[in-house]
Design a binder for this molecule. Structure first.
Ligand code: ASP
Length: 349
């Protein structure tokens, strides 16, 4: 889609903000080690693993590398699941969730329901480094970000606003909002509204010293109830790591991970000696077993409603993705090249 002139100006302003913002809280580089680095991410994370690997090979901290990697997607107005251009809540306001974990210090920080901040993962790093807390939400998170020099930007792009407006105008035939004639509705709006938009980016990085860092950042479920917080900013749910064991993170229906602390369970599985793939599949089984007890988490046929996807890397450099239902892919950089790989699923469609 052609980007209007005013939007181009806006993007160049945010791109400038983006560069300065990412330096806030980053570690100095150190000499490169001898281990093979790995970066894994969700399917939207190919540019993220490429950037993260570039940085890790120059001696950057693994968490800083992950944050810079996902920042590309946070600043991408075409990705409607993360940061700028993310689809808003039911009121048309973009609210972001993000978290980070740092292997060498076992530090973690997160922000939830934060508005007007382009790089919430970098703010989460500041929560980890410059507060005694792990999670700051809403207005408090925005004020914390402002205090650390993060600029405020409008995250609702024109394209995302048009998609939201059409959703609002068509959701209930009995309310007073009226959609325009169908033939005037742009194709990109209809396309975007076909499934409910979900999506997030997770990135886990194993550096050349065998140290781990990870982040998960998202605009959450489209049309969510204002203030809804998903799994992404909850340490243990949307991401987790243990520098002696491995790192894991997730995308998909966050409530399923909140109910199971799935990422922490995957890391615990790896601690017990499971491979990343087996640890993921074990947790997928646990989610299905537990969550199908609740009628609202079951489809009519009794199967689990909603899907979750996982990405994991072990301390010794093994990695895997996995999901409950098929069709997912993951992005990987193994130190030589970046690619998208299909991931195994627990169940058939
Ligand atoms: N996990 C995210 C959330 O629940 C959304 C997603 O990944 O699709 O907020």
């Amino acid at each position: 889609m052609e980007i209007p002139m005013s939007r181009r100006h806006f993007l160049s302003a945010t791109a400038a903000a983006s560069l300065g913002t990412l330096a806030i809280g980053a570690e100095p580089t150190r000499p490169v080690g001898g281990r093979r680095p790995i970066a894994v991410s969700s399917a939207n994370g190919l540019p993220a693993v490429e950037r993260a690997m570039e940085l890790v090979k120059k001696g950057h901290d693994p968490l800083d590398a992950a944050i810079e990697g996902v920042a590309i997607v946070e600043a991408d107005p075409k990705d409607h699941s993360v940061g700028l251009g993310g689809l808003p809540n039911e009121d048309g306001v973009v609210e972001l969730d993000a978290a980070v974990m740092h292997g060498p210090t076992h530090g973690g920080g997160s922000v939830a329901s934060i508005r007007n901040i382009l790089h919430p993962a970098a703010v989460a790093r500041m929560v980890m480094k410059r507060s005694r807390h792990c999670l700051i939400v809403g207005e408090g998170a925005l004020r914390f970000a402002r205090a650390h020099g993060f600029p405020e930007v409008e995250l609702l792009t024109e394209e995302a606003r048009q998609i939201w407006l059409h959703w609002k105008e068509t959701r209930d035939a009995n309310d007073d909002w009226l959609p325009p004639p169908d033939e005037t509705v742009a194709a990109f709006i209809k396309q975007a509204l076909k499934p409910r938009v979900t999506g997030t980016i997770h990135c886990s990085v194993l550096d050349t010293h065998g140290d781990l860092g990870c982040t998960t950042t998202t605009s959450g479920l489209s049309w969510k109830i204002p203030g809804r917080v998903g799994d992404s900013p909850i340490l243990g749910a949307g991401l987790f790591l243990d520098n002696e064991v491995g790192s894991a993170g997730s995308t998909g229906v966050g409530e399923l991970n909140l109910l199971n602390l799935s990422s922490a369970l995957i890391v615990e599985g790896m601690r017990r000696g499971l491979s990343p793939k087996d640890a993921i599949m074990d947790v997928c089984k646990t989610i299905v077993r537990r969550c199908t007890k609740d009628p609202k988490r079951r489809q009519k046929d009794g199967r689990l409603a909603g899907n979750v996807l996982f990405y994991a890397v072990s301390k010794d450099g093994k990695y895997a993705g996995g999901s409950i239902y098929p069709g997912a892919r993951m992005a990987v950089h193994d130190g030589d090249s970046a690619r998208l790989e299909p991931v195994d699923a627990l169940l058939d469609r």
